[in-house]
Design a protein around this ligand. Sequence first.
Ligand code: SF4
Length: 332
Amino acid sequence: MNENQEHNDQQNLNEDQARRSFLKKLGIFAGIGAVATAGAVYVGFDHEKKKNPTGKKVRVLTADGKLMEVDEAELQKNENAATEELTELQRRGREGLAGKHWVMVIDLSKCRNARMCMAACQGAHELRPEQHHINVLRMQDAEHTEPYFMPKPCYHCDNPPCTKVCPVDATFKRQDGIVLIDNERCIGCRFCIAGCPYSARVFNWIEPLKPANNRVYDIELNVPQKKGTISKCLFSADCLRKGEMPYCTRSCPNGVYWFGDRNEDTVTNGTTKETVSFSELIRKNGGYTVLEELGTKPQVYYLPPKNRAFPFQYEGKTELDPHDSRIGGGRG
Ligand code: SF4
C-alpha cells in the first residue's frame, strides 16, 4: 500500500465515522414526531437526552411508528411543528380521496341569481367581494333568446391545460379529479391564468381580507389567502374530506347544484338532497360541458336554461340595472 492509498483509506474511515455519528444524532433528535401518553397524542415535540431526569416516564410514539418510554424532562417543544403540520396538509391535499371522481351538474333553468353560492364561497375562502371562485353571470346566447343566469366555477378539467404550464408544480390534478393549488409553492407567475380557457383563476394582487396571523395554510381550503399567489374554486375539497357537500352546492336555495361521484354514477342535489343517476340526469336533460371541442374534459356539466320567462324577468323587471353589483359581467 503506498502513502496516497493509506491517506485515502484514512479519509474514507473518518467520513464514514462522521456520517454514522450524524445518523445517530438524527435518530435521537428527529426521530420523534408525535408523543402519546395516557391515550392522548401530541404532535410537535422533540426528544433530547437531559442530565437531570425527573423520574417521571412518558410513553412516546416515534415518527417511524415505534413506542418507547422517555423521561418527561427530555421532551421539548419542536419550533418547526407548524412546518410539519403544513407538510402533512400539503401531502394529503395532493393525494386526494381514493376511489372518487367528483362531478358537478349546474341546472341553468333553476338559477335565479340568488348569489348565495357566491357568498358562501367567498366567506369560506376569505375572498374580497371582487374576487370570485364562483361567479354568477348574466348570459344571452342570441338576440332573439332571453337572458339567463349562469354560475361559473373552475371546471376541474380531466385534461387541465392550467396545470401543464406551471413551472414549479404548484398546481396539479389529484386522483379524485380535483385541480388544486399549493400557495406555499406558487411563485405568482400567472402562467396558469393564461393557460385556463375558462378564466377560472384569480390573482391575489393585494393583501388578503384576513391576515394570516400564524395560521397554518390549508391547501384544501386555500386559506389563509396569500398576496402574490393564485386562487380558484377547489370543489370544497375540505368539505368533501369531511363527507359534506361543497359550500356553494348546499347554500343554494333554488336546487341549482347537483354534486357527486362519477365512479358511483350518482349526484345529490344540494337543496333537495335528492340523489339520482348522474348519466341519466345528463342524458335526459341534454347536459353539456363548455367548449367541449378543446378536449379539456370539464367535470362541471350544465343542464340547459329551459323554461325561460318571455320576456326575461328578474325581480319583476325586464331590464337589468347595469350598476347592480349582483349582476355578473357575462355576455348580453
Ligand atoms: Fe384549470 Fe381552468 Fe380547467 Fe379549472 S377550468 S381545471 S383552472 S383549465
